[in-house]
Design a protein around this ligand. Structure first.
Ligand code: 13P
Ligand code: SF4
Length: 303
């Protein structure tokens, strides 16, 4: 079956689906999205639109955040097992164990976490607002997970005692393993380029950056920079989004930074998802209510 982006768009319109996609999707899928952004931005946009049926293109925890904030909407995805290994690295048992050891210490979990984990946390954060969320909490010690690199970035920025949970095993393989030699080589090849990095990278890579920010913050930075070229140190899907926003500037991807789970969605399975409407995101209502509390606490702090 030969599927074009136009064919998917037509079917979505016929069936009344809105297509919502994360910035790391392949360019052909970015092109057909009604909304393209980071996970929380998208979940919040969906709360404000009328549509009852959403096709979500991203990974599972993101689809679940969308469901938590929009329980009345039908949310379908192309692939059941498109997941985020980092999100899965922190379990409910881990969180309960740390809560027991550090009694009374607030637990902040990154949006890249299981919904069950959000349900036992005090507050959720994204890479865009992690520093603000931690600053706003009335405690100098914070339990924070699952990303150890984001933890060290937040500790640096807030001066607080941030305890990483689960610890050394919490990281994103796409961002954690990027080599500084690869980035330095690109910097010599493009001497006028600025380096933008996602806070999921380790400190030695953050040290090379002109700008550190989430994908939503990366969308804004080029407008305020005089540079015309940018090395984009995050998943390879991001430069396509930036090129659309800034057609006069050049965005260079780091070839090794591929999230294979994000790339499980393709034109064929996206078309089939709309045709069959089989893989729907479903969550228990009690779980939705608990996870929603921690997300809403973040929204109160950062809005
Ligand atoms: P953003 O929240 O910056 O879009 O990042 C999501 C993610 O999965 C990073 O790897
Ligand atoms: Fe998870 Fe990393 Fe993929 Fe983001 S890029 S979805 S953190 S594995």
């Amino acid at each position: 079956m030969y599927v074009t982006p136009e064919k998917i768009r037509k079917l979505a319109d016929e069936k009344g689906y809105i297509i919502v996609a994360h910035n790391y999707q392949i360019p052909e899928l970015q092109q057909i999205a009604d909304y393209l952004g980071d996970s929380l931005q998208l979940a919040r946009i969906v709360t404000r639109i009328d549509a009852k049926k959403i096709l979500f293109l991203g990974v599972d925890f993101m689809a679940e955040v969308m469901k938590v904030l929009n329980p009345e909407k039908k949310i379908i995805v192309p692939v059941r097992y498109s997941t985020c290994p980092m999100a899965n690295s922190l379990t409910v048992e881990d969180v309960l164990k740390y809560k027991e050891i550090y009694k009374g210490v607030p637990v902040v979990v990154y949006v890249n976490s299981r919904t069950e984990v959000k349900a036992v946390a005090d507050v959720v954060c994204t890479s865009a607002n992690a520093v603000d969320v931690v600053k706003a909490l009335d405690s100098d010690t914070i339990l924070f997970g699952p990303d150890k690199n984001l933890t060290s970035y937040v500790a640096e920025k807030t001066g607080k005692n941030i305890i990483p949970i689960p610890g050394e095993t919490g990281y994103c393989y796409v961002h954690n393993y990027v080599k500084d030699s690869e980035i330095k080589k690109m910097m010599s090849k493009y001497p006028n380029a600025e380096v933008m990095v996602h806070p999921e990278v380790p400190k030695n890579i953050r040290n090379l950056a002109h700008f550190i920010g989430s994908t939503s913050q990366m969308e804004k930075y080029p407008a305020s920079s005089k540079a015309n070229e940018f090395i984009v140190v995050t998943e390879v899907g991001m430069p396509a989004k930036l090129e659309k926003l800034y057609p006069d500037k050049v965005f260079i991807p780091v070839p090794s930074m591929v999230c294979y789970n994000m790339k499980k969605n393709n034109l064929r399975n996206t078309y089939l998802a709309l045709l069959e409407e089989k893989i729907e995101v479903t969550l228990d209502s009690e779980l939705i209510a608990k996870a929603r509390k921690a997300i809403e606490r973040m929204l109160e702090i950062t809005e």
